[in-house]
Design a protein around this ligand. Sequence first.
Ligand code: 13P
Ligand code: 13P
Ligand code: MG
Ligand code: MG
Length: 377
Amino acid sequence: MKITLTLAKADVGSIGGHIKPGSRLMGAVSDFIAREGKHLIKDSYISHTGDDIAVLLSHVRGVSAPEIHKLVWDAFWSAAEDARKQGLYGAGQDLLKSAFSGNIRGLGPGICEMQFEERPNESFLMFAADKTDPGAYNLPVYLALVDPMYNSGLILSPIMFKGFRFTIMDVSHTDGDRVIELDSPEQIYDIAALLRDNQRFVIESVHSRTTGEPCVAVSTTRLHNIAGKYTGKDDPVMMVRVQGPFPATGEVLQPFKIGHFVAGFMRGSHVGPLMPVKSNSTISWFDGPPIVSCTAFCVHDGKLSEPADVFDHPFWDYVRDKVSRKAIDIREQGFSGCAMLGYDELEYGGIVEKMADLDKKFRVRPVKGKPRGRRAK
Ligand code: 13P
Ligand code: 13P
Ligand code: MG
Ligand code: MG
């Protein structure tokens, strides 16, 4: 049976700052999907990661189905209304447009989708991250799919020997989606040359080169450039199919033990380590640290199994301690150097005005004995 998984996320309001949506708001989204989606979808799962609500739907209507996108949009929209009534912070934050126009892309919420022939034991992972952007997945996906130091299946499982095809987007290009396809293992240096720049070149999807089947889908957008002003980070979701021609679950999880440094954290303007957290975790210190949750499912005839919270395990407590130490280390240098994002990535217009103002006050000091305006040699 050909099934579609649609995973969308939005921040539609949060308690006490950018912390968590709260049970009433979660209830509003679940109730709406259950009521309005009855005849459209096969199953659904609603969760939150920090202040972002993630809606996972299974259905048979294919990728970019307008009725599915509208269902998600309307669910977020009605929850935003509820958030306004509750007086929550940032009500409707990620709903950048007021009208739905056939596809949720470009309207604010993040979305990734996959359509595939369901395997008899179809297993997949749903990732949701807060206080960061889609480039946060570049390194873990690269390591899990191309590096035998992380994915032992690349040398043990013949069905993976051919490698994977990466579709990478240049998110700084605002005039349409500018993408490139590159194959591992032959082009891993080219893939790495792009993926080192998390703010510009971002994985959108990955396919198996053995079966042609989709393996990874990320909610990659050029949104923060389109919006042109601070609207929060594009806190990203991702789905990864696992086992068989794809990496094993544990191979996909392995790179998340690094707690690599990503963009985001306080005011979307800093650098912090990505902490793997339990599902439905909140945000705390310095509006962070950046967090990622992962829930494993099987799906059969479009019905989702019960969720398995894969970062809810003693191993990840140890990792969380390590990541906390990394977060404290980088925060110790405050605004200085690599602890904050570069000028182009700061998500606040205020600093642009401040720099323009300061720029006017600079003067070029004359050098004694040299005519003005000539460079001293
Ligand atoms: P969100 O993008 O998660 O809403 O966070 C915004 C922010 O400013 C955190 O400090
Ligand atoms: P305000 O400047 O509106 O308080 O927003 C800041 C913010 O949300 C960063 O966390
Ligand atoms: Mg928020
Ligand atoms: Mg968020």
